[in-house]
Design a protein. Structure first.
Length: 114
């Protein structure tokens, strides 16, 4: 069955960096576009970034453009989210998602606080 396992979250100070990873299994990873979403307390889940099957096209929410970078390694079935210049408002649970399969990971908590 499809499994998506996020890791790399944690507590970081404003201005810091984190790299999230999502390990995929149970499907042909290279055949599917991938997305990262986040959900802050009391808010709806919102898309952060997306990447096409080959990684050739990426898209970002306006709030993270220039700070976050999505990438993937199709040889290792992983998708990544490099997050730089983190802000307090980036605090959320971050999820990876396969839109064509409507499958979510369990999420990883990112907390940005001084």
């Amino acid at each position: 069955q499809v499994q998506l396992v996020e890791s790399g979250g944690g507590l970081v100070q404003p201005g810091g960096s984190l790299r999230l990873s999502c390990a995929a299994s149970g499907f042909t990873f290279s055949a599917y576009a991938m997305r990262w979403y986040r959900q802050a307390p009391g808010k709806d889940r919102a898309m952060v970034a997306s990447i096409t099957r080959t990684g050739g096209i990426t898209n970002y929410a306006d709030s993270v453009k220039g700070r976050f970078t999505i990438s993937r390694d199709n040889a290792k079935d992983n998708v990544f989210l490099q997050m730089n210049s983190l802000k307090v408002e980036d605090t959320a649970v971050y999820y990876c998602y396969v839109p064509a399969l409507e499958q979510w990971g369990q999420g990883t908590q990112v907390t940005v606080s001084s």
